[in-house]
Design a binder for this molecule. Structure first.
Ligand code: GRF
Length: 205
């Protein structure tokens, strides 16, 4: 049985597209992109999903309490038989209810080398702080912001003439690469968790 992936997003959806491409090309084998959910009306990622023929739903979050909203999303995910939830620019913290229902089966991509620069505007903060290297992180999601066990990271240099936009573009290319790799590792169960550490195992060929 193919593993069913859902992507939750709020905006552009380039990480969703990278994952969808990886599923379509077999870089993420034995998987199906089964559902895209946006909490925002008009998120470009929703349109991109529909163009690819992937079921896409807007579930508006505006004005709803966190758990009230999350119950609607969890119901949609369960109805679609989702095995793995990938947050990709989903601008919301998940409630303990959501995390518990999909414990160990929710991933997030964050555009910094966590635990440095969690939250918004990582690239601007990195440049202002003067770090020489930046990057991105794929991690399991828990109840805290950008905080769960780290699966993969990738590093890029910060150049003297970088703006938040040029740095973001360099990081984004790495996001697209490592998110697919991390999804494959998790779906194939090629890891074990010791405390906060995610220890990876080699591919079984
Ligand atoms: C990415 O930089 C991701 O790391 C962050 O939000 C951005 C989403 O971009 N969580 P996209 O919608 O995937 O293009």
């Amino acid at each position: 049985m193919k593993k069913r992936i859902a992507v939750l997003l709020s905006g552009r959806g380039s990480n969703f597209e990278a994952l969808a491409e990886s599923v379509a090309s077999g870089r993420i084998p034995n998987a199906e992109m089964a559902l895209v959910v946006s909490n925002r009306e008009g998120a470009p990622g929703i349109e991109k999903a529909r163009e690819r023929g992937i079921p896409a739903r807007v579930i508006p979050s505006k004005g709803l309490e966190r758990e009230t909203y999350d119950r609607q999303v969890v119901a949609a995910l369960e109805e679609a038989g989702i095995n793995l939830v990938c947050l990709a620019g989903f601008m919301r913290l998940l409630s303990p209810y959501f995390v518990e229902r999909f414990r160990g089966r929710i991933l997030n991509i964050h555009p910094s080398l966590l635990p440095a620069f969690p939250g918004l505007e990582a690239h601007r903060q990195e440049i202002e702080h003067g770090v020489k290297f930046a990057g991105c992180t794929v991690h399991f999601v828990d109840e805290n912001l950008d905080a769960g066990p780290i699966i993969l990271q990738a590093v890029v240099p910060v150049l003297d003439d970088d703006t938040p936009e040029t740095l973001a573009a360099r990081v984004l290319a790495e996001e697209h690469r490592i998110y697919s790799e991390a999804v494959r590792i998790v779906l194939e169960g090629r890891y074990r968790i010791e405390g906060r550490r995610v220890l990876l195992e080699p591919p079984k060929n």
